[in-house]
Design a protein around this ligand. Structure first.
Ligand code: GLN
Length: 521
């Protein structure tokens, strides 16, 4: 008999094996996670909404499907948490914003539909920076998430809720979205694994848009193989997404298994000269150097690669992203979605209602970016700002093309620092933006990237290493990632997360527990 704590600290793949052998049911597994959420989420606040009835209903259905002998995905019956940026049919979806506090979508995002079809029970919706703008989850209108490694620190962002849920053993798997690093950076600072797939490899239908040419949905997990398994569920062509690639999911699971056997001999690995050095924390660089040593030991060929235009990636991103966001967020006009606020005085017209609603509904960071984006796109400035940024984007893509002529994958630290204290960067937007210096180039080029744990820094906090591959080369990420993970875990004697200081237990969840419709406040 497996104890509840033993059960929830397993990898999703291991849980899948137990489910397949009948040693545990999906209902038992889901209950164990709901109990964990109840015990620790008051302190962590990874969830905005917990959906016990939904999850248990789906778990029962998974158990019945298994009993009926239906062919099932290896993750069938394993519960999952979903970032609140993804539309869930009949279940409130807020995007971390006041403006959407009452929005109940009439449809599921394609990835949610796929996860449900594969019979993964949805435990709840996770916290995030408002409209996915931020690197700490502090820009959520519903309060920050706390990093399970140190509750006074941020879990990264914007997908800090998904990463913290996985790190705190509240969910074995989660879905995130990555526009500039929102899956990979939270993974790095919480000791978890996060993947941004190739742009177009996973459907964006039902993902609330921030910057449509950069956004991509991807997996969050505790092991590389688990992310590959989840990638195999959510990936593939979707006719409802115009930018969806019309091709099958790359062989990600097979690649992860190859990597687990240490099979990366002869692979050419490029070390990006521009992503490291000044501004990076000592412990981050030390753990990165160790990752390079491991790769060398496994027989990979290491090469320094220069990507000179990367130094303009951050400024280019902070023009392109706000420009697209200012246009995407124009739909929150008090007429079609979300809240409606009337002006406290003066005439009630279309304009005044729109202005009052947007003033009350959006937080500071969202307003800052709408203003920036509107300015960058305005007549007379368009060429100087947006136009130049698009040219830089092309230069960054050329840097990558040049790199792929020399190597199969690129590696770098995921984030320049470990988890920072809540409040530390809140008043300094530029310091917050710098968190994504190493993750943003991949979004600008549409290529895939993974972050996985590479040890603890001098401050005892987790560090992530990033692997990047050419577009459609997602399988490489899993092969190299799994090889690194296997070597690291052999050295650490288990998963890095096992070294998390004990989480508080017995804390009553303050997070809202809703009825099946998830509509209660
Ligand atoms: N932190 C970055 C930003 O604030 C990236 C966000 C994201 O990937 N959604 O824009």
């Amino acid at each position: 008999m497996t104890g509840a704590l033993e059960l929830i600290r397993m990898s999703a793949a291991e849980m899948g094996t137990l489910l397949a052998s009948g040693e545990v049911s999906s209902v038992e597994l889901t209950e164990a996670h709901l109990e964990r959420i109840e015990a620790v989420d008051g302190a962590v606040h990874a969830f905005l909404r917990i959906l016990p009835e939904v999850a248990l209903g789906e778990a029962r259905a998974a158990d019945s499907a298994r009993a009926a002998g239906e062919p099932l995905h290896p993750l069938a019956g394993v519960p999952i948490a979903v970032k609140d940026v993804l539309a869930t049919k009949g279940l409130r979806t807020t995007c971390g914003s006041r403006v959407l506090e009452n929005w109940i979508p009439a449809y599921d995002a394609t990835v949610v539909q796929k996860v449900r079809a594969a019979r993964l029970p949805v435990l709840g919706k996770t916290n995030m920076d408002e409209f996915a703008m931020g690197s700490s989850t502090e820009h959520s209108a519903y309060g920050p998430t706390h990093n399970p490694w140190d509750l006074e620190r941020a879990p990264g962002g914007s997908g800090g809720g998904s990463a913290a849920a996985v790190a705190a053993l509240e969910a074995p798997l989660a879905l995130g979205s990555d526009t500039g690093g929102s899956i990979r950076q939270p993974a790095a600072v919480t000791g978890t694994v996060g993947v941004k797939p190739t742009y177009g490899g996973v459907s964006r239908y039902g993902l609330v848009a921030m910057a449509s040419s950069l956004d991509q949905v991807g997996p969050v997990s505790r092991s590389v193989l688990d992310s590959a398994l989840l990638h195999s569920v959510i990936g593939g062509h979707d006719p409802r997404d115009m930018t969806s690639l019309n091709e099958p999911v790359p062989p990600v699971v097979a690649a992860a298994r190859r990597g687990l056997n240490g099979d990366i001999k002869g692979l050419r690995v490029g070390v990006v000269s521009e992503l490291g050095g000044r501004g990076y924390q000592t412990g981050v660089l030390a753990r990165f150097d160790e990752a390079l040593t491991v790769l060398r030991e496994l027989g990979a060929e290491l090469l320094d690669v220069s990507c000179p235009s990367f130094r303009y990636a951050l400024p280019a991103y902070y023009l392109i992203m706000p420009s697209e966001a200012s246009s995407n967020l124009a739909r929150f006009d008090a007429m079609r979605y979300g809240i409606r606020v009337e002006p406290s005085s003066g005439p009630v017209t279309v304009e005044t209602v729109m202005a009052a609603t947007r003033a009350a509904g959006f937080g500071d960071e969202v307003k800052r970016r709408i203003i920036l984006g509107t300015y960058a796109l305005s007549a007379g400035y368009y060429d100087a700002y947006y136009g130049s940024a698009q040219k830089v984007r092309t230069l960054i893509q050329r840097d990558f093309e040049n790199a792929w002529n020399q190597v199969d994958v690129l590696v770098s630290p995921t984030s320049p620092t470990t988890a920072f204290k809540l409040g530390e960067k809140l008043e300094d937007p530029l310091a917050m933006y710098l968190q994504d210096i190493a993750t943003i180039p991949a979004n600008l080029a549409g290529i895939p990237g993974i972050s996985l744990p590479s040890g603890l820094a001098e401050d005892g906090l987790p560090v992530g290493v990033q692997v990047l591959a050419p577009a459609r080369g997602d399988a490489f990420l899993y092969q190299v990632g799994a090889a690194l993970e296997a070597s690291f875990e052999a050295k650490w004697g288990g998963r890095l997360l096992e070294q998390t200081p004990a989480l508080p237990t017995g804390v009553t969840a303050s997070a809202t527990i809703n009825g099946p419709e998830g509509g209660a406040k």
